[in-house]
Design a protein around this ligand. Structure first.
Ligand SMILES: *Cc1c(COP(=O)(O)O)cnc(C)c1O
Length: 420
């Protein structure tokens, strides 16, 4: 998280401007210190005997970030078979990988069985097929508790019309399948979506999951998913993890007593662990004044950071090349041939062409959602690990853009009449 001490600095007193000189622009930078701070906050908040934090790989999936999570003691939460494979390659043990797919085929789930990871099933049809094919393989069941959490309907996953999870009203059906197939359920799960603003709403969801859990005799864990909110603006409220931790810890311990056994408490945060650890650095190509607006056009766009356009995400933006000039209002836009506005009417120190701007909260769902739209290269990634900067992904080249394309011989220019 880029800090201001007269100039902007990152972990290890590293200057982001120096990183741009060294690695070029645009550039994603992540700080290990911030990830560790957030991980420790979770560990300290939930004081149960068995806690497992499974990092949601989809937020930021560079193999070095995964390995860093592993070194902290985290497991991995995955949503595709490819994420499972990358997780195994990073060094996670199969039992520390949770596979929580949605609407994938039974064949893909079969591959996960083969790899030996934990499997979380989120619909009745797959549960039935799974029970028939793999009756001896323990599974977790994703329950939809029908609570409305989350700041935006696209990231809210627990409400009644959501495509995620099996409704807790369908418990009789779940039991019938288990009885018919002999399936062993070893965990129950919920994930209500991003941005928990109201702790009480989240606690209502956990009560529903406890009710469900009581109906299974041989559980070894309960997974409450994620949705922990981090601040994007100064005045933003974040999920009060310490308060949530205290409430859930007490209730969970009581539940274990009632259940007659100690269970593992699991969470699977993505954003909470990596959002603030990331900074995105871009260069201003053009300052353009229209009758109503001053635009700052940067060397990036929705191809590198789509969250503002996709779900109105707010990213704080500062001018790190000019820390003292007067403030002016700018609308920060990208270079893509489509409206790609990063921020409207932002107050920044006066911008000159060539200045470097830094975007906050660029760790989660930023690089992983990037694309090559407009035939642009995706940015390089740098990880500051124990105060030293490492290049962890090269900037792309033209070969990367053409990679995988298969050329038809008869369409090659040399075979065109115009060339003969
Ligand atoms: C995306 C996802 C998460 C992580 O959500 P965050 O809001 O980034 O913490 C956790 N669990 C599941 C099943 C997910 O799909």
């Amino acid at each position: 998280m880029i800090n201001f001490n007269g100039t902007y600095v990152l972990e290890g007193s590293i200057s982001p401007l120096k990183l741009v000189e060294k690695y070029g622009c645009p550039l994603y930078v992540y700080e290990s210190e911030v990830i560790k701070r957030q991980y420790d906050r979770l560990i300290n908040a939930f004081k149960v005997p068995d806690l497992k934090i499974n990092y949601a790989a989809k937020a930021l999936n560079n193999i070095n970030i995964l390995r860093y999570m592993f070194s902290l003691g985290a497991g991995l939460d995955t949503v595709s078979i490819q994420e499972v494979q990358i997780g195994l390659k990073a060094g996670f043990l199969p039992e520390n990988i949770m596979y929580t797919p949605n609407c994938v085929s039974i064949e893909e789930i079969g591959q996960a069985v083969h790899l030996g990871v934990r499997i979380n099933i989120d619909n009745i049809s797959i549960l039935e097929q799974f029970g028939t094919l793999y009756p001896d393989y323990p599974v977790c069941i994703r329950i939809n508790p029908h609570i409305m959490a989350g700041g935006n309907s696209k990231i809210s996953t627990g409400h009644i019309d959501s495509k995620f999870g099996i409704s807790f009203h369908q418990m009789p059906l779940i039991h019938r399948i288990i009885k018919a197939t002999g399936l062993h359920v070893d965990g129950v799960h919920m994930h209500t979506g991003s941005d928990i603003l109201d702790i009480d709403v989240f606690l209502q969801g956990t009560e529903i999951l406890f009710q469900v859990a009581k109906e299974f005799e041989n559980l070894s864990y309960i997974d409450f998913g994620s949705g922990f909110k981090v601040p994007y603006k100064e005045e933003d409220i974040e999920t009060d993890i310490e308060e949530l931790g205290e409430k859930i810890t007490n209730r969970f311990m009581d539940f274990c007593t009632e259940y007659g056994r100690n269970l593992t408490l699991m969470f699977e945060p993505g954003k909470f662990l990596v959002s603030e650890a990331g900074t995105f650095l871009v260069k201003v190509n053009v300052v353009k004044q229209t009758t109503s607006t001053v635009f700052a056009g940067v060397d990036s766009g929705l191809n590198h950071l789509i969250r503002p356009m996709l779900y109105d995400a707010y990213h704080k933006i500062v001018n790190i090349s000019n820390t003292e000039g007067r403030y002016r209002f700018y609308t920060i836009v990208g270079y893509i041939c489509e409206t790609d506005t990063f921020g409207v009417n932002r107050r920044l120190h006066e911008i000159s062409e060539g200045d470097i701007l830094a975007f906050y909260n660029a760790g989660a769902y930023c690089y992983t959602m990037s694309s090559n739209y407009n035939s642009r290269y995706r940015p390089a990634e740098v990880f500051i690990f124990n105060g030293i900067d490492y290049l962890i992904r090269q900037r792309e080249t033209l070969e990367d853009l053409l990679n995988g394309q298969v050329e038809i011989e008869n369409l090659k220019p040399m075979s065109h009449p115009a060339y003969s």
